[in-house]
Each structure stands twice: as C-alpha cells, then as structure tokens.
Design a protein around this ligand. Structure first.
Ligand SMILES: Nc1ncnc2c1ncn2[C@@H]1O[C@H](COP(=O)(O)OP(=O)(O)OP(=O)(O)O)[C@@H](O)[C@H]1O
Length: 268
C-alpha cells in the first residue's frame, strides 16, 4: 500500500485516530480503527490498541493525480456521497444486513462504517463468503453451508425486491458476521450500488455472483448456486402474485445474461 496514501489520510485524521490498513482496491483504501468519530477517546484504551472489540472501518478514496483536480474532487464527492446515501437507505430496510454508516466526509472522500466479520479459524482468513466456502471444502454440503447460502440468497432477494442493485456482487463482498452463534451474511461495498427497477441490473448481479462462485469453488458451485437461488426466490414467493411475476422476469433475464456471457467466452 502506498505510503503516500497512508500519510495523506493520517494527516487528515490526525494522530488521535490510529489506523491499520486492511485493503487497497482500485478506487479506495480501507483501514480499521478503534476510535469512533463522535465519541471521546477512552483514556483507559490506548488509541493504538486495535485488539478491542469495537472496531470501525474507514474507507478512503485518495486523490488521483492523473485526474484533473476539479474532476477528481467532483468524482470523489459524487462516489463517496453515492455510497453513503445508499448505505444509509439500505440500513432502513427491515431484514437487510449492511454495515451501519457512522460518518461521512464527502469532500475528503472518507466514510466511517461499522466493522463486520472476524478471522476464520485455521488461517482461512477474513470471514467473507469466499474464505468461508474454502473453510468448508472438506464437508462442502454440510448444513451450515446450506443454511448460510440460503441466507445469502435471501439478502440479495431483499435488496432486489426493494429495487436496489449491488453492482459488484462478488464472494468477497459478502461478509459473514456471527450473530448469536450463527453466521449472518452482510452485503458490503456499495461503491457501484444503485436504485434500479431494471431486470437487467438484477440479472447481472445474480450472474456476477454465480460466476464468482463457479470460478473459486467450481466443484461445488452447482449446489451452492442452487441454494443461493432458493433463498433469493423465497423473498419473491412471499410477496404473492406480484412477487412471482417479478421473479419470473428476473430469472428470464438472468438466463439471457448467462447466454450472453457464454457467447462472449466462446468468442474469446
Ligand atoms: N464493514 C466492513 N467490515 C469489515 N471489513 C470490511 C468492511 N468494509 C470493507 N471491508 C474490507 O475491506 C475490503 C475492501 O472494501 P471495499 O470492497 O468496500 O473497497 P473497494 O476499494 O471497493 O474494494 P475493491 O476495489 O477490492 O472492490 C473488503 O473486501 C473487506 O475485506
């Protein structure tokens, strides 16, 4: 991770807010901190002690030197605001699991959100869906995996039923968080999220996740995707005739997106 970016955000946050880098994506750098932006720092807890239970995520969109400064500022503001708004709206939807938005500074490209998940045992890494499925590779069809994947599908169903789309639905963007001893899937990274009534956007979301599972867990992917779709369908089936019709339309488009994907990969 570039030291320049770390210095940029460290200067902005000041030394009162210690940060630990955890990821650098194409657009944003993600850090954890144990400091809440609006609560006084607990004198008993060293600000450098990241082992405390309460952790927060700071997602920072650094300046891009190759962009014209005014375009860079406008894009940073637009994307930070877009992600913050969608997170705030999604956390109002009953049953939908997304990290809570704590604070946002759109001009400085900074979002403060709830930290979710944990390290999996036996060095399987962070508890996103991808690593969780690897962890279960020796017993891939166990009850725990089935229940979790049905819940993942249910979360996507809720998102789509409420006319939101994720835009980058990979297995790394589904984080498993323990609630009362059970894994609950949370959807993260709404940087490309949007409101949408279009079956195309929903079909593409489903296709992206299906491909992600096929590419990393190919041997078990058929069953895994079937369970995800079971959870997805259950949301629409609970909504009576209207739900059934909407689901039919989405599934039809999903199949078309798949066909387009197949054609593209055959043509290279
Ligand atoms: N709320 C959260 N709780 C725990 N970890 C998180 C949280 N948000 C993000 N992360 C971690 O940081 C990583 C990157 O976050 P995110 O996907 O939001 O950023 P990004 O820059 O859009 O990433 P990419 O470009 O790789 O898609 C996630 O894959 C996850 O491991």
């Amino acid at each position: 991770m570039s030291q320049e970016v770390i210095d940029q955000i460290a200067a902005y946050l000041t030394s009162n807010i210690p940060i630990v880098p955890i990821s650098q994506g194409a657009e944003a750098v993600v850090f954890t901190t144990n400091v809440h932006p609006y609560e006084p720092i607990n004198a008993k807890t060293s600000p450098n002690d990241q082992s405390t239970k309460t952790k927060y995520v700071i997602k920072y969109r650094p300046h891009k030197k190759y962009r014209h400064p005014s375009i860079d500022r406008a894009l940073t503001k637009h994307r930070t605001l877009g992600e913050s708004k969608i997170l705030a709206k999604l956390s109002q939807l009953p049953g939908l699991h997304v990290p809570k938005l704590i604070a946002t500074d759109v001009y400085n490209g900074c979002i403060w959100i709830e930290f979710l998940g944990e390290d999996l045992p036996d060095s399987f890494g962070f508890s996103n869906l991808k690593n969780y499925l690897w962890m279960h590779a020796s017993d891939p069809y166990c009850d725990d995996v089935k229940k979790t994947l049905i819940k993942v599908g249910h979360q996507i169903g809720l998102l789509h039923w409420n006319d939101y789309c994720h835009g980058d639905l990979t297995t790394s963007n589904v984080v498993l968080h323990q609630d009362n001893g059970h894994w609950e899937p949370y959807l993260i990274d709404f940087g490309l999220g949007s409101t949408s009534t279009l079956v195309e956007d929903k079909g593409v979301d489903l296709y992206v996740l299906e491909r992600a599972i096929i590419s990393t867990h190919s041997r078990f992917a058929a069953k895994y995707n079937e369970w995800i779709m079971q959870g997805f369908r259950s949301v629409y089936e609970d909504e009576g005739k209207k739900g059934q019709q909407k689901m039919k339309d989405i599934l039809k488009r999903f199949e078309e997106v798949r066909l387009r994907g197949r054609k593209r990969s055959m043509l290279g």
